[in-house]
Design a protein around this ligand. Sequence first.
Ligand SMILES: *[C@@H]1O[C@H](CO)[C@@H](O)[C@H](O)[C@H]1NC(C)=O
Length: 277
Amino acid sequence: SISDCPIVTDGVYFIIKLSLLSLFAIFAFATCGGYTGQLRVSVDCMEKASSNLSIGIDFAYPFRLHQVSFEAPLCEGMRRERVALIGDYSSSAEFFVTIAVFAFLYSLMATIVYIFFQNKYRENNRGPLIDFIVTVVFSFMWLVSSSAWAKALSDVKVATDPDEVQLLISACKIQTNKCGSVHGPRWSGLNTSVVFGFLNFVLWAGNIWFVFKETGWHKGAARYPGGAPEKQAGTFNQQPYNQGSFDQSGGYSAQGDLGQPSEYSQVGGPTSYSNQM
Ligand SMILES: *[C@@H]1O[C@H](CO)[C@@H](O)[C@H](O)[C@H]1NC(C)=O
């Protein structure tokens, strides 16, 4: 049955894992990169005619708040002033989204390589080795970028708090005018992005162990405890392994064309085993 074959269960597990990583990366960058928010304040001047009771202020990813400006009444006739928010959180936000996008692209690429270039992936253990290094790097990057983004988000929340924004409006500094907050921005989307950032860190960090097992280093270290394990393992693996895989694929096609299974049962361990099945 299918579950008896390690390659198939490994493959299914591998692809489910990569799909999960891709999906969580998409959630992380979509919730952050797709965000738009609005807050609304009111400026109620003593001379009612110049009041504006509904000043909407829109902002979005990448949170260059110093570039977000709005018009507020000065409460002196019809004169108005242009007020800008404070702060630039684009570096943290863009860093987070960039890591998420690259994590997604890597998961996608790894899936394609795994499905279509299985032989290349296994060749000289190159695939698992690269996968291990990239996974460690991405885990670290997820942790750093999620932390940076979480900090930036808490600052963005302060900078776009309607009560804080009122302090920037000149008219609000005069006691006789009344300023108020109509509504603040919704944060659920951005809170979700931070949660997904740390969730991605946990997933990738947990994945380090599974990728480490794929490299076979834990077995290699046990087999060659004294000397240089990598060099020995390399010279030992390189030629017989490659030949084995070539024989195997050759054996399969020849077997289909000619139907001589007895000849191929002599070739090697794994091949003869699969032919007996
Ligand atoms: C109030 O400010 C908004 C901008 O948020 C503007 O579109 C609107 O025309 C202003 N209303 C008045 C009465 O000036």
